[in-house]
Design a protein around this ligand. Structure first.
Ligand code: GRF
Length: 192
C-alpha cells in the first residue's frame, strides 16, 4: 500500500494540485490523504474540494490540532507547499525527517524569515543574479533551513519582472516537487 502524504498550503495551492495529480497518475507513489490549510480564503481549499481531497483549516499557531489531524489521517509524510507558517514543536518531533518543503530560490540564498512570495524574486533581480531556481529541503524549526534534497536551476532573463520570474520558477516547481518527493518516499534519496 502506498505511503500516506499530507500536504500543507496557505495560498494558491498550485503545488498542492500538482502533487495530487502526480499521485493519481502513479508518478508519485504516495496517497494524498488531506490538505491542512491555515488560511480560510486560500484558493488551495477550492482545489481540494474540486479534487475531492479532505481539507482541514487549522489556526497557524495550533500545533496540537495539526498533529492530531495528521495522526487521524495516518500521514507518514508531510509536504509543505506554500505554507506560510512555522511547523510547531509537536509536529516537528513526531514527524522528524518526514517533513519536506519547496522554496522558490536556490537556498541558502534568498531564504529565511520574510523571504516569501514576490519578495524573493525581487531580491534575486536586485542582486543581479543570472540564475535562480527551486530548492526541495527537509524542514526544521527555522524557516528554510534543513537538509537540501535537490535543486533545479532557472535562468534569469534580461526582461524579467519579479512576477514573470515567479511564474517561471513555479512552473518548474510543479514538475520537480513530485519527482523529488517520489524519490524520497521510495528511499532513493536520503533525508539527511
Ligand atoms: C511556491 O512558490 C513555493 O515554492 C513557495 O510558495 C509558493 C506556493 O505556490 N513555498 P502555490 O500555492 O503552490 O501555487
Amino acid at each position: 500500500m502506498a505511503t500516506k502524504l499530507a500536504i500543507c498550503a496557505s495560498g494558491e495551492g498550485s503545488n498542492f494540485e500538482s502533487l495530487v495529480i502526480a499521485s493519481r497518475a502513479g508518478l508519485l507513489q504516495a496517497e494524498v490523504v488531506g490538505l491542512i490549510c491555515n488560511n480560510p480564503k486560500a484558493q488551495a481549499l477550492e482545489r481540494a474540494e474540486r479534487l475531492k481531497i479532505p481539507a482541514k483549516i487549522i489556526e497557524r499557531t495550533d500545533d496540537r490540532a495539526m498533529l492530531s489531524q495528521l495522526i487521524e489521517w495516518q500521514a507518514e509524510w508531510v509536504a509543505l507547499a506554500g505554507f506560510l507558517s512555522k511547523v510547531g514543536p509537536s509536529v516537528l518531533e513526531r514527524y522528524q525527517g518526514k517533513i519536506v518543503n519547496v522554496h522558490p530560490a536556490l537556498l541558502p540564498k534568498y531564504g529565511g524569515k520574510g523571504m516569501f512570495g514576490l519578495k524573493i524574486h525581487e531580491a534575486v533581480l536586485k542582486a543581479g543574479e543570472r540564475v535562480t531556481g527551486v530548492t526541495i529541503h527537509m524542514v526544521e524549526s527555522e524557516y528554510d533551513q534543513g537538509h537540501i534534497l535537490a535543486q533545479k536551476q532557472v535562468p534569469v532573463e534580461a526582461n524579467d519582472t519579479a512576477q514573470r520570474l515567479a511564474d517561471r520558477v513555479k512552473q518548474k516547481e510543479r514538475a520537480f516537487y513530485p519527482v523529488v518527493l517520489n524519490d524520497l518516499v521510495l528511499g532513493r534519496i536520503k533525508n539527511h
